[in-house]
Design a protein around this ligand. Sequence first.
Ligand code: KMH
Ligand code: ZN
Length: 305
Amino acid sequence: MRSFDDLVLSCAVTGAIHTPTMSPSLPITPEEIAEEAIAAADAGANVVHVHVRDPETGEPVNDFDLFDEVATRIRKESDAIVQPTTGGEPSSPPRERIGVVPRLAPEMASCNMGSINFGLYPLLERYDEFEHDWEEPYLEGTKDLIFRNTFGDLETILPVFDAHGTKPELECYDVGHLYNAKHLLDRGLLESPLHLQFVLGIHGGIGADAANLTHMHRVAEDLFGEQYSFSVIGAGRNEFPLGLQAISMGGHARVGLEDNLYLRKGELAESNADLVAKLVDLAAEQTGREPASPNQVREFLDLKG
Ligand code: KMH
Ligand code: ZN
């Protein structure tokens, strides 16, 4: 693993899975998404991961004008790295989701390393208390979702990253996705060093526990040696325990309302910035590590800036 004393701390401010009925804090409009991202950056996030939503319904969309508006607003007020999703509206095919890369030519964007079942039943059961309405039309497509990212899709979209100088952050939802990344590296579709995001706790992916994070790290060590760095997403209540574990292993972490709505058990987070501030405090107190500046991250990850 590549060493870096400071932290790459990402904040995923809205995502595509949580619905406005689950938390009043979830940003929906481009103004809200940008404001949340800027505040998260002020609290210590050096990367802000953004999706966009229909301002009227909250539905996740692949609307590149909205992405452009969000990115422009953030860049006016912050030098954080704006990382758009290419997971976008997750029931749409990758060839549609990738459109954000030619449109924004971002320095980094997410890139999902394989297909998975993406099950929402456990999540929605958990949020029953918010009187979540199963009939919300845009959830229809995600009730039994295959999050599609085939080898053929990756062969199509990775050259688009390359053509725009956009570094892919490789979202790995299971151990097999690390082998997919190795395969794509060997075929010259990815370039070292890789920046991996281990995603633990999605229903359909690897479970969120300490042993699984250790295993993902061990497999990455075997496959990529000194030529990679990693960050972790612990979905839901696993955000802080797994984030802190990753940081104590020399890795990096992501927090945010895309992945987790709660500051602690029973207490909804009022903002993304609160989630960032909590991990910044935990990391400093428990490991002595602090977030790098965005420019230090640019240098470490060799972003075009
Ligand atoms: N939704 C997360 C589990 C993406 O946007 O491309 C992973 C993610 C992927 O953020
Ligand atoms: Zn995302």
